[in-house]
Design a protein around this ligand. Structure first.
Ligand SMILES: *Cc1c(COP(=O)(O)O)cnc(C)c1O
Length: 737
């Protein structure tokens, strides 16, 4: 369908800054630059004043932002719908090595990019109860909160298209808490308007973790309910194929709108669409269900059990009683289907039920999303009985922000060789292969990298007071701090390097600057300890005169989109070392490849596809693959097997255990050592030796500059697949575009 609308529903849009991106996409960057220069102003100084739109946690929210850029650039009618959080992801401060969170008051000085659209304000209902009427079910006695939309422009690259990201803000109704007004407590009534408006106050700062808070469920429903009313209004006003008398034909709905659910966070769209079609539009169940399933598609982002949304029926039923009824009926029909397909298989019925009956009753939102969608993207380990329905669309990143904007010198160099088509057809980078071994091109690429490194070295020195060796390998590990992402394995490598230098100070080594950055969820104690350990190892290593400029460790404070744009172009080595089978995709890995870093990583997520594109000889792959992880799990993992058989590993774990890096408090990191030896779900010790060996191979190649550059150029040339333009085109094809 040519005129299908793609609607991306997401609780997160991690947009970063808009100014430079807008100028680039409008093609006015150079003229604005020059105009400001003539006024005696510096555009870069101006750009630094803009706050990041940090309405996301990490990869999931950034993917939504890249998809908006790609849809606009492809000229598709693609709209984003989300929440206008008053506070985005917290600002991270490191104080005495520990993370402290500060509120992200990004709207304090106003937001010049947004336009409030009060004419499109819509009511959203909560609580109340359901009654039977002759016209069907009615949801009554509800509390109302209004959703006020703010529109944000999404300019396409060089094509005169501007799409919209519509973000909803909660507004209290005039008569909120009427009982207080009636009781004469006017002041209390006015103060309580905050309660309703709290819905859009703050982004939940968890990455890959489900926290079953009422306010979060309200956020999810608030976004979905406002969005679907907006979609219905637009659908009805378009009057598709209607003749007098005008009557809306909802059979056409799935041909006109494609609703993409970014994880289960917006999955209430499924029961809400059913409720609107059944209770408001008066359609029979079967018709409503067909329309719903045909309209919805779901993207799964994780298989970590702690990340899966499973709402307690008690919470759910109190806030959304009608939706609970609808889900029960969806489940009734779903279980009937299973019964037909697998007669008598009670265990399967129990496992596949949308309502978990063991323990406290919960709604499994992933299962709801699968059953309520016609296509599911990216599933690794869920219900996979239907290959038509379960597909894997490789994620991507926008080459505009992640090369053209963040690395102008490399972009210019590429344009000199192959023109500028690559900005919209990233496959064109293939043409660079012919110069991978070319000495002149290698030197030019090296010069760009070196300049990027010098700029970031200056920033690090001024920010952290640590002298950086610009000839050292910049070894970068930036992403949310999570046990499965294994920043702890990285710091164990650093400690190993440190111990080797101390043991043999005269030995020649490859100098490294190890840079680790990322936010820990405020309630994630282990992640916070890992941050502290990195900082404390840094204190020891960076101040040891024996080490000198052979090794430095920096914890990069407040990693966010804007900092990613600065650090990635200056990276030599990209760390992508999650336990195989835990990272659904990753997109950070792709940004580094595109900017000419080499990758050390496991065969996990999109690293697998990156290795396919680059060839195994151009990526440093180490450690267990998914099958080996599963085999180890089955056999039973005993960390002591590794601890006792590798003296270097034993020394590292002992140092963490006995307070070597925390002289003031010998017990500081005992918990971390305990996890490593007794409770480690992510098998760090099992991959340690392979990791250390692979890092030695990295060193050897780094010593051979022309080999390193050949690999880097080859990898840039093979990154075409990882454009989010390609992800969007692939997704279009399955939804019948
Ligand atoms: C790309 C990006 C991520 C995702 O990184 P992964 O390595 O895929 O987890 C997270 N945060 C920011 C700021 C990003 O730009």
């Amino acid at each position: 369908m040519k005129n299908i609308k793609g609607l991306l529903l997401s609780l997160e849009f991690y947009m970063g800054r808009a100014l430079q991106n807008t100028m680039i996409n409008l093609g006015i960057q150079t003229s604005v630059d020059e105009a400001l220069y003539q006024l005696g102003l510096d555009i870069e100084e101006l750009e630094e004043l803009e706050a990041d739109a940090g309405l996301g946690n990490g990869g999931l929210g950034r993917l939504a932002a890249c998809f908006l850029d790609s849809m606009a650039t492809l000229g598709m009618a693609g709209y984003g719908y989300g929440i206008r959080y008053e506070y985005g992801i917290f600002a991270q401060k490191i104080i005495n090595g520990e993370q402290q969170e500060e509120p992200d008051d990004w709207l304090r000085y106003g937001n010049p990019w947004e336009t409030a659209r009060p004419e499109y304000m819509l009511p959203v209902n909560f609580y109340g109860h359901v009654i039977d009427t002759p016209e069907g079910k009615k949801w009554v006695n509800t509390q109302v909160v209004f959703a006020l939309p703010y529109d944000n422009p999404i300019p396409g690259y060089n094509n005169n298209v501007v799409n919209t990201l519509r973000l909803w803000s909660a507004k209290s109704p005039v008569d909120f808490n009427l009982k207080f007004f009636n009781d004469g407590d006017y002041i209390q009534a006015v103060l309580d308007r905050n309660l309703a408006e709290n819905i859009s106050r703050v982004l939940y700062p968890n990455d890959n973790f489900f926290e079953g808070k009422e306010l979060r469920l309200k956020q999810e429903y608030f976004m979905v309910a406002a969005t679907l009313q907006d979609i219905f209004r637009r659908f009805k006003s378009a009057k598709f194929g209607t003749r007098e008398p005008i009557r809306t034909d909802f059979e056409l709905f799935p041909d006109k709108v494609a609703i993409q659910l970014n994880d289960t966070h917006p999955s209430l769209a499924i029961p809400e669409l059913m409720r609107l079609l059944l209770d408001v539009e008066g359609l029979p169940w079967e018709k409503a269900w067909n329309i719903t399933v045909k309209s919805c598609a779901y993207t799964n982002h994780t298989v970590l059990p702690e990340a899966l949304e499973r709402w307690p029926v008690s919470t759910f039923g109190s806030i959304l009683p009608r939706h609970l009824e609808i889900i029960y009926h969806i489940n009734f029909l779903h279980l009937q289907d299973i019964q037909k397909k697998w007669p008598g298989d009670m265990d399967r019925m129990r496992r596949m039920s949308l309502v978990e009956e063991d323990g406290d009753k919960r709604i499994n939102m992933a299962y709801l999303s699968i059953v309520g969608s016609h296509v599911v993207n990216g599933v690794q380990g869920l219900l996979r009985d239907d290959p038509e329905k379960f597909q894997n669309k490789t994620n991507g990143i926008t080459p505009r922000r992640w090369l053209l904007l963040c690395n102008p010198a490399l972009s210019d160099l590429i344009c000199d060789k192959i023109g500028e088509e690559w900005t919209v057809h990233l496959d064109q980078l293939q043409k660079l292969k012919q110069w991978a071994k070319d000495g002149n091109f290698q030197r030019a690429v090296m010069k760009v990298k070196q300049e990027n490194k010098l700029r970031i070295a200056q920033y690090l020195e001024s920010e952290y007071g640590v002298k950086i060796n610009p000839a050292s390998m910049f070894d970068v590990h930036v992403k949310r701090i999570h046990e499965y992402k294994r920043q702890l394995l990285n710091i164990m490598h650093v400690i190993t390097l440190y111990n080797r230098i101390k043991k043999n100070p005269a030995a020649k080594v490859t100098a490294r600057t190890v840079i680790i950055g990322g936010k820990a969820a405020p309630g994630y104690h282990t992640a916070k300890k890992i941050i502290k350990l990195i900082n404390m190892v840094g204190n020891v290593v960076n101040n040891d005169p024996i080490v000198g400029d052979k090794l430095k460790v920096i914890f990069l404070e407040n990693y966010r989109v804007t900092l990613a744009e600065k650090i990635i172009p200056a990276t030599d080595l990209s760390e992508q070392i999650s336990t195989a089978g835990t990272e659904a995709s990753g997109t950070g890995n792709m940004k580094f490849q595109l900017n000419g870093a080499l990758t050390i990583g496991t065969l996990d997520g999109a690293n697998v596809e990156m290795a396919e594109e680059m060839g195994m000889e151009n990526i440093f792959i180490f450690g267990m693959n998914v099958e080996e992880v599963e085999a180890l799990q089955k056999k039973g993992y005993n960390a002591y097997d590794y601890y006792n058989s590798n003296p270097e590993l034993k020394q590292v774990v002992d140092q963490i255990q006995n307070g070597f890096f925390s002289p003031g408090n010998p017990d500081e990191f005992r918990d971390l050592a305990d996890i490593l030896l007794k409770y480690d779900r992510f098998f760090l010790l099992a991959d340690y030796e392979a990791y250390i060996k692979k890092q030695e191979e990295v060193n050897a190649v780094y010593q051979n500059q022309s080999k390193w550059l050949e690999m880097a150029i080859h990898n840039i040339a093979t990154s075409g697949k990882f454009s989010s333009d390609r992800s969007i085109i692939d997704t279009e094809e399955i939804s019948g575009g």
